[in-house]
Each structure stands twice: as C-alpha cells, then as structure tokens.
Design a protein around this ligand. Sequence first.
Ligand SMILES: C[S@@+](CC[C@H](N)C(=O)[O-])C[C@H]1O[C@@H](n2cnc3c(N)ncnc32)[C@H](O)[C@@H]1O
Length: 281
Amino acid sequence: MLALLTFLNAALVLLTFEAFILSRGISTAHWTEKYFESNQVKVECGGPESPSSHASCEKDFTQKPVSMSTSLALVPFDEGRVLPHEKTVREFSLAGHVFTIKQDWNSLGVAAVVWDSAVVLGEYLVMNEASVKGKNVLELGAGTGLTGLVAAALGANVTVTEREEALPNLRATVDQNCADKSWVISATKLDWTQPVDDSDFPAVDLIIGADVIYIEETFQDLLRTILSLAKSDQTHVLLSCKIRYDRDLRFLNLLRNHFKVNEIFYDKNRDIKIFSVVRFS
Ligand SMILES: C[S@@+](CC[C@H](N)C(=O)[O-])C[C@H]1O[C@@H](n2cnc3c(N)ncnc32)[C@H](O)[C@@H]1O
C-alpha cells in the first residue's frame, strides 16, 4: 500500500512539473512576441509589426531540421523559429536574382533589417519593369538597399541613399550583391535633415522610398528632401508603407499640398500600400 502511495505521489509530482514546464514554454514564446512588439519596433518605428515577415520571395534557410536532442526535449522547441529582424542573413528571390542581405538589428536597428515595404516595392518594380529599365533611380532611406538592388537588376541606374551611420552597412550589402554583376548602382549619403545639393543627384527619373514614413519628427525634413529632388512632374516618386497611425496619413496630406498622391497598389497579406507621388504641373 505504501509503495502504491509513493508511486502515485511521484507520478503526480512529475505531471505537475511537466504541466508547469509546458505553460512556461508557451508564455515565454508569447512574451518574446510581446517584447518585440512593444519594446523594439514601436520605440523607433512606431509599428507593431515585425520587419519583413511574410515575404513570399524569401527563402527561409534558418529553419533547421528537428534534431534528435530537440525531439527528446520535454518541451517542443523549434530552434529555427527566429523572428525576421533577428535573422543575421536573409535571401530574397526577385527579378531572377537571389539577393543576400545581412541584418544587424542589434547595432543599427531599423536601417539594417529588411522591411515588408521594401519587399513589396521590389515586387512592384518587377511587375512594372518598363518603368524602371534605363531610368535614373534614387532610393531614400534605403536601409539594406534591397529595393534599389532590385531596380539595378532590372536595368536602372541606381543611387541608394542613407544617413551617415547606416552607409557602411548599405555599401557592404550593395558590394556583396553586385560583385559579379554589371549593374549600375552606388551608395551615397543623403540625410534628410540636411539641405540637398542638387548637383549631387541630377536628372532623377524615379525616387523610391520603402517604409520611410514612420517618425513624425522627420516628416518636414523628408518632405523638403522630396521637394528638392522632385522639382517637376518629370520625376516620379513611389512610396511604399504600412499605414500604422494617423500621423502617417498626415504625411501623405503634407505631400498633397505639392503633389498628386494616389494609392496605386495594395498588398493585402502584408498590409502594405504603394503611393504614386507626382508634382503638380
Ligand atoms: C523603417 S527603415 C526602412 C529601411 C528600408 N527602406 C526598408 O524598407 O527595408 C527607415 C529608414 O529611413 C532611414 N532614415 C531615417 N531618418 C533618416 C534621415 N534623416 N535621412 C536619411 N535616412 C533616414 C533610416 O536610417 C532607415 O534605414
């Protein structure tokens, strides 16, 4: 009888322990998502979503097969489940090329991860190759430069631009992806807070900007930069973004004082819109 009671007691302890571990496992995963949502992206980007997360053109090579040790673990744990911004390398297949993008969220934050807007705008350029090929394209706030690289692969003459701090990473990404290509693409500094020297960027046909509408404090500087670069209706501007807050709409309204602004594309899955922006003639 005593032996039976001891056995039942031990079984009860084991079951309680396993239930505890399982509940911890679930809540830890939940906490990780919440932490990312509330503490990391929101602080700088104002967005509750992760950087590029549903990219259909992306090969997720961080997914690892479940190892023997993993399968023996008490708690099901998927080692490969890494949030998009945490991945150090990502690959995107666009315009018939595979783009390898190194990410460095911890050091450079928003400028060194690929955002959904960049992928959607890249896909849009692929669908509208004729409007890119042979054109002088300038990318604002290029980050990792994925969209500019796609434009270059489509035959555009591209200048990807960024703030001083983000420029070395952008240059490295461009160099890595263009090493064996004859694409025309260069990376240069263009900080919206500083006046634009027109002579640095002559005859721009197309300005592209992915997820550059995100911090209200930058809106006036961004508007002034776009006005300096798009002096006439000969320069077309394409902005892709997720409308996260009312302030994002306020920026579009600021643009409407000077430009015709039209939503021309919507990616429902990723909730990303593309706006065509053309100066009043
Ligand atoms: C949300 S990230 C988007 C990056 C990239 N376009 C993408 O979609 O993957 C916003 C970008 O705007 C850039 N940015 C912010 N303020 C800027 C400024 N004053 N001048 C130039 N770029 C700026 C950031 O460095 C960052 O790369």
